[in-house]
Every structure is written in structure tokens, then in C-alpha cells.
Design a protein around this ligand. Sequence first.
Ligand code: APR
Length: 232
Amino acid sequence: MQKIVILTGAGISAESGLGTFRDEGGLWAQHRIEDVATPEGFARDPALVHGFYNARRMQAAKARPNTAHAALARLQRDWPGEVVIVTQNVDGLHEAGGAEEVIHMHGVLAGALCAACGHRWPAPEEMAVGEPCPACNGPTARPDVVWFGEMPYRMDEIYDHLAGAAIFAAIGTSGQVYPAAAFVHEAIAAGARTVELNLDPSDTVSSFDETRFGPATQTVPAWVTELLGQSE
Ligand code: APR
């Protein structure tokens, strides 16, 4: 049965109240990436970086999944083949909406990572500078989020999934950040049918066989209903 691989970005969580990065007034209009989303920024001013992620962690903890998250969970449940969700998002809304085995290639706000020993544990709501690692006790805790210049997580697994995709969908991502922006080319090489569901055309929109524009809470449930209707 056909395997579906889905890549999501900040746009799928926008209607849950979580800001995107590059829309008008987005996160990168409020903060300089080099200050809050790079290892150098963290080394320079860890309090600023913890403050940035503490605010996002608390906001994400209060957010609720929307009908787009729920629709993808329904697709995972009811589609006769495998449905793999790869997300660039660090919120937990896919899981809160019922999705399983979500691959968080940019990490998770709910996770803490020890920069010294690599130990991972559930992040406290507020992380402070010098937070001790429960395993090695070093003052080396950081958010378990992939920063610019760092390697996204589980890339080998993701490329394996893309190599077997019959359908590839990119949902709510501007296609400006690599390697995620190139996943559509991997899917095309695998012979997959590709679709972009977005509010505005992404930078990679021309690579897709099909595009559907509108808010994710409208385009994603409609797309899932159509797919499931076909699979009966
Ligand atoms: N429904 C669907 N799409 C939406 C909605 C919505 N309600 N609102 C915004 N969008 C779309 C925008 O049109 C845009 O294409 O979501 C996309 C958001 O793009 P970005 O803000 O660039 O977010 P994303 O593509 O996820 O960024 C990728 O960049 O900064 C890094 O690590 C960060 O994971 C992030 C990565």
C-alpha cells in the first residue's frame, strides 16, 4: 500500500496561536537568529537564549492542537499504508492531536539536552543558566532544539522514508531552510506524487505536482478526507 511522507512547518501550528518565523511580525522579526538560535548565541548570552525558549515552551504548553493536526492523526490511523510525519516544529501539537512516532528533526521545546554528555531529559518549564545535567551534574543543560549550523536529527531515517514515499506533502513551511526544503526533490527522485499545502507559495512551490492554498485548518482536513475517500 502507498506510503505517505509528510513534512510540516510552523504554518500548521499558526492557527493554534503559535507564531511562525518568517510571516509578518514572526519570530525572526522579533529576535535575531544569531542571538537566540545558534550555538554561538547561546555561548555568548545563555540567559537570553533560555529566556527565548522558556517563553516559547510556556506558550506551546498552553496551545491546543487544531483540526489540521487532528486530520493528520486521522490519516495515520485510517490510511491502509504507512504515514510518516516529519516536523520542523518543536511544539508537541502533532502528538497532542493524536499523531504517533512523529520525527522532530529540529528537536523539541519539551526536551533538555546536556551539551557535555549528551543526556536528554524532560525540560522544566523554565530552564536557567547553569542548569545541572541529572546524569553528569555539569552546568551544561540547553534546550534540545537544533540551532542553525547544527545537524538536524534522524536524517538517515528521514531519507529512508522519502526513498519509499508514494505521496509527499509539505504543509505550512516556507521552504527556506535546508535540508527540509530539499525533501521534495528526494520524494520526486523516489517517484512520489508531491503536494504543497500552504497559506502562501513556498520558495520550493514550483517543485510540487500540486498546490493547495489556504489556512491549514481548511486545506489539511479536506486533503485527508479526499485521500481516505480514495482508499476505500
Ligand atoms: N495555514 C497554513 N500555512 C500557514 C499558515 C496557516 N494558517 N500561516 C502561515 N503559514 C505558512 C506561511 O505561508 C509559510 O509558508 O507557514 C509557513 C511558515 O514559514 P516559516 O515561518 O519560515 O516556518 P518554517 O518553514 O517552519 O521554518 C522552518 O526555520 O527558523 C527555522 O528551525 C526553524 O523549523 C524552522 C525552520
